[in-house]
Design a protein around this ligand. Structure first.
Ligand code: 3PY
Length: 251
């Protein structure tokens, strides 16, 4: 990576508040001298304890989704404003699991990004192809499309609060990782897309992460690629030593 890296954990639907406290307390000392930005994205119910524990540390706290409306009759949803009011700084939008299991579309991703930016949050936007799409040879077109629709209406100034995570669906939770070349190639496609829509300077400044079974054993090589500026970490983010090793690899 050429840019300062961002390593973000995605805890997914794991950890009760008590368990979250234990996990964040174990992560804290291990990442305190990190040379990259460190973020933990956690379930809504864990935000309070994690925010409290992370106060005054170098760990940014994020949620894993948010709704696009500020408030109203949306049972079970949480707004970006609610998150921001707690002190949350980041939010993952459009993770493939949300696209796959919860009907998330490029259009709803775009609406959620708008709301998150308006609330002052930094977005971690996830894009990526399925195995079938990769085999059909549409990866580049697909991630370009996902990126363009997601960023519709986002100004160039606001791009400083957008991180894009390239997550090949076939590498999520499967133990399979994209090769360093595959990861870099798609991260570059995303960067080129941002350059085409905005300009080269905006694209060069953007943090583009790789996500999908990044772990201590493969992090350094992936992060050495020029267009890979960090990682969105699934399973390994729940293991303090592993997460810290990835943070170290990004430093
Ligand atoms: C993974 O690494 O499995 C992820 O989905 C990270 O978000």
């Amino acid at each position: 990576a050429i840019r300062k890296a961002v390593i973000a954990g995605n805890w997914k639907m794991n950890k009760t508040p008590a368990e979250a406290k234990t996990l964040i307390e174990s992560i804290k000392p291990l990442v305190k001298s990190a040379g990259c930005d460190v973020v933990c994205c956690v379930p809504y119910v864990d935000l309070s304890v994690v925010l409290e524990a992370a106060k005054g540390t170098n760990i940014g706290v994020g949620a894993e989704n948010c709704h696009w409306e500020k408030s109203g009759a949306f049972t079970g949803e949480v707004s970006a404003e609610m998150l921001a009011s707690m002190g949350v700084k980041y939010v993952i939008i459009g993770h493939s699991e949300r696209r796959q299991y919860f009907g998330e579309t490029n259009e709803t991703v775009n609406k959620r990004i708008r709301a998150a930016l308006d609330a002052g949050l930094t977005v971690i936007l996830c894009v990526g192809e399925s195995l079938e799409q990769r085999e059909q040879g549409v990866t580049s077109e697909l991630v370009a499309l996902q990126t363009k629709i997601a960023l519709g209406g986002v100004s160039k100034e606001e791009l400083s609060r957008i991180i894009i995570a390239y997550e090949p669906i076939w590498a999520i939770g499967t133990g399979k990782t994209a090769t360093n070349e595959q990861a870099n190639e798609v991260c570059k496609t995303i960067r080129d897309t941002v350059a085409a829509v905005y300009d080269k300077a905006a694209a060069d400044a953007m943090t583009i992460q790789y996500g999908g079974s990044m772990k201590p054993g493969n992090a350094a090589e992936l992060l050495a690629k020029p267009d890979v500026d960090g990682g969105l970490i699934g399973g390994a983010s729940l293991k303090p030593e592993d997460f810290a090793a990835i943070v170290k690899a990004a430093t």
